[in-house]
Design a protein around this ligand. Structure first.
Ligand code: ZN
Length: 365
């Protein structure tokens, strides 16, 4: 009798190992934690103190279809993440939540410069978050879930601290920081504004990912890769603008799209978030379908779990529903992500061969 694949359900997808490369610490707080931290510091600007209503409010703001409006929601989460205790708690809960969702390896990013409003310095911010990840990872292990977390330090593209943040990323490379990123509104703030930061990181043999091609088009992606030396692209959705599909189905890649595919530059795609910010009209029309078919190095990510009301499990389940993907496709996304991680080759290989492949072999059957 032929082996039958395991059923694809939210439960089985949650149990399958998953790898997450693009997740913002200040976009993944538990709603109840936002309320408790706000109460503790006397922050009164939250739209509601009811965690359920607050979760709905974040989701509604995320649905507005504007990246600028979406970014506004971070005013609240960042406001309650200004002490070492708050940062460590949020990081610990992040590790626990991801582990409970079946994530075995995650790179979580945050912008240290946003957490210095109450007097912390950049180093104190990084240390508090790293401490929180250690605590959360240990708690997850005690609950029977193994997760490893690497940290990405983000500089804000409209600000002028990118070189400092790049130096911070290199300084903490041996204790949990695995790379450098820039984020924020793309329009008007091209990545080439931060060339010295990228040059420094590359000269130190460290890794770079850049938010590009989310709200803004091909020039942003081109600058990120060819001027700034990005190892990966955050989103990269608009690379489809360089791909022509004729009525008869013939596909022609432009030079940039061909370069991205040929050199296997990973795309950190965040389908639900992209629909929320208007980078894609719907999940069905999301370029991830075409890019997967064309075998770009596509990875699946959450971006902001709180604002988008999503998890790695819900993202994978939504792709299964929308595009009819099976276990072999979910394994492909997962191995793609693991190959693209910023930890060492031997460590990536061990996770692929010892954790990911055996688990999916049992599911694909
Ligand atoms: Zn992002």
């Amino acid at each position: 009798m032929a082996a039958v694949p395991a059923p694809l359900s939210v439960e089985t997808i949650r149990d399958a190992p998953k790898v997450l490369l693009h997740d913002h610490l200040d976009g993944g707080l538990r709603p109840g934690t936002v309320v408790e931290l706000a109460d503790a510091i006397g922050y009164t600007a939250l739209p509601t103190r009811d965690p359920g209503e607050l979760a709905g409010w974040f989701l509604g703001a995320a649905h507005s279809g504007s990246l600028e409006r979406y970014l506004e929601t971070f005013g609240h989460t960042v406001a309650v993440m200004q002490t070492p205790e708050a940062l460590a708690r949020v990081a610990a809960e992040c590790a626990e939540d991801l582990a409970a969702d079946g994530v075995v390896y995650a790179e979580v990013r945050f912008a240290p410069e946003l957490h210095v409003e109450q007097g912390l310095d950049l180093d104190e911010v990084v240390l508090a978050v790293l401490d929180g990840f250690r605590t959360g990872t240990a708690r997850a292990a005690a609950a029977g879930r193994t997760i490893r977390i690497g940290c990405l330090l983000t500089a804000m593209r409209h600000a002028a601290r990118s070189r400092e943040i790049a130096e911070l990323a290199v300084r903490y490379r041996d204790v949990g920081v695995v790379g450098f990123d820039i984020a924020g509104a793309e329009k008007g703030f091209p990545p080439t504004r931060h060339l010295d930061a990228f040059e420094y990181v590359r000269q130190q043999n460290a890794h770079v990912t850049i938010h590009a091609g989310e709200a803004f088009g091909l020039p942003s992606i081109w600058e990120a890769i060819q001027w700034c030396g990005a190892d990966r692209l955050g989103h990269g959705v608009r690379i489809v603008d360089d791909i022509a599909v004729d009525a008869d189905g013939t596909v022609k890649l432009g030079l940039l799209a061909a370069y991205v595919r040929d050199t296997r530059i990973p795309l950190e795609m965040c389908p639900t978030s992209n629909v929320h910010t208007g980078a894609a009209r719907s999940l069905a029309e999301h370029p991830i379908g075409l890019l997967t078919k064309l075998r770009f190095r596509v990875t699946v990510n959450t971006d902001n779990r709180l604002m988008s009301g999503c998890s790695m499990t819900s993202e994978m389940a939504a792709l299964v529903d929308t595009f009819g993907y099976g276990w072999a496709d979910l394994r492909w996304f997962t191995v793609n992500a693991m190959k693209s991680a910023f930890i060492g080759f031997d460590e990536r290989l061990a996770l692929i061969n010892d954790v990911i492949k055996p688990a999916y072999a049992a599911l694909v059957r």
